[in-house]
Write a protein that binds this ligand. Structure first.
Ligand SMILES: *Cc1c(COP(=O)(O)O)cnc(C)c1O
Length: 385
């Protein structure tokens, strides 16, 4: 009998060990893992260099309060700021916590409270992050929400214009909606959103928690669209599996998070910082990111080719290595069947299979995954219509 709250309906696989893109169960079965946590272990499980960096820090000190200057924290902040074109970083422990901080910073800096987010968005489970999230199922039973969040349809400029008035503190968005079904924002919508924000004195916050740290083939997904956000948030892939979250913001915002204004006991933990520094050092290398782009093209075109005649498949889409396969039918049972066939994947909403492989997965591993998906989905091809 489990003493855990049943907040997650658990899968049938109990991991015993994991390395790279493979996981081994306590029953001795081998699985190809195309989830990398949920887009967390971007360098694969138990990456040797990240492991060595954490071990080296373990021998020095594990935790000191944020009252001390810590060199490894400065180094991580500098790497994150440089890669994102930002000035200052605040380290937290999770994605939701990073978004909380971004929302607080936006309110304080603008003196305004209204924040616009989008339908199907996901920003986390804490109160402000949940209020920001554009999915009713996340909010059920927890009301009332914070009142100052307004959701508008994604990629809908007219709807945004109607809400984006002078009293708006910020617009917060995912460039690729992850949990909401792998929806990529269109470029005109993003550019126009940025311009509208500037014209009414609202900040642009980009939630890069799932899309950042090389996931899309750039350090951050907003860089595909030449955007210039005021704040970004990061978490999932930032330390390859050690809990961490971060806000990175422009120079004009630095003064609003002065001494005593915001804080966290665990944020910026030295072990997480050691992992983050090594992870960023490897992923932000141009040759590494180029490979992610190539693997993305390889995987998307192979999926499109192998699934194009399949009537159960509606669309394959994505950016970099955040990829969705939208089906005509619910995916829950199919995910379980794929696990039985040795492949671990996620859903994004009811009808989308979500692939978030480690970024250093090999093309042979990708081929293996596509074969398993193709064979399984073939069974559904004619039933779906
Ligand atoms: C996962 C996620 C979050 C929440 O992060 P947690 O670490 O679970 O709090 C927020 N925004 C996006 C886009 C995410 O994918």
């Amino acid at each position: 009998m489990s003493h855990l709250f049943p907040t997650y309906s658990k899968w049938e696989i109990e991991p015993a060990s994991a390395k790279g893109s493979y996981m081994f169960s306590t029953e001795g079965k081998k699985y190809l893992d195309l989830t990398a946590g949920i887009g967390v272990c971007n360098l694969g499980h138990c990456h040797d260099e990240v492991k060595a960096a954490v071990e080296a820090q373990l021998d020095k000190f594990w935790h000191v309060s944020n009252l001390f200057p810590v060199a490894i924290q400065e180094k991580a902040a500098s790497a994150l700021a440089t890669a994102s074109g930002m000035e200052a970083v605040f380290f937290a422990n999770s994605g939701a916590e990073a978004n909380e901080g971004a929302i607080k910073l936006a309110r304080k800096a603008t003196g305004k409270t209204k924040i616009i987010t989008f339908e199907q968005s996901f920003h986390g489970r804490t109160f402000a992050a949940m209020s920001a999230t554009g999915q009713d199922k996340i909010k059920q039973g927890f009301g009332p929400m914070l009142e100052t969040f307004v959701n508008v349809p994604f990629n809908d400029l007219e709807a945004l214009k109607a809400e984006l008035t002078e009293d708006v503190a910020a617009v917060m968005l995912e460039v690729v909606q992850g949990e909401g079904g792998i929806h990529v924002a269109n470029v005109e919508f993003l550019k126009e959103t940025e311009a509208l924000c500037k014209s009414v004195g609202a900040l642009l916050i980009i939630d890069e928690i799932q899309t950042g740290i090389g996931r899309t083939g750039k350090p951050f997904a907003f860089q595909h669209f030449s955007l210039n956000p005021d704040i970004i948030t990061s978490a999932k892939g930032l330390a390859n599996g050690i809990p961490v979250g971060a806000i990175a913001a422009k120079k004009e915002l630095v003064e609003f998070f002065g001494p005593g204004s915001h804080g966290t006991t665990f944020g910026g933990n030295p072990l997480a910082m050691a992992a983050a520094c090594k992870t960023m050092e490897i992923i932000f290398e141009e040759s590494f990111l180029d490979e992610v782009g190539k693997k993305s093209e390889f995987l998307i075109s192979l999926l499109q080719e192998k699934l194009k005649a399949n009537t159960a498949v509606k669309e394959v889409r994505g950016l970099g290595l955040i990829i969705g396969i939208e089906l005509e039918l619910p995916v829950a049972n199919i995910l379980a069947e794929l696990r039985e066939a040795g492949l671990i994947v996620l859903n994004a909403g009811e009808k989308v299979i979500r692939l978030l492989p480690s970024l250093n997965i090999t093309t042979d591993e990708l081929k293996e995954a596509v074969t398993i998906i193709e064979n399984k989905l073939n069974i559904y091809s004619n039933i779906a219509i």
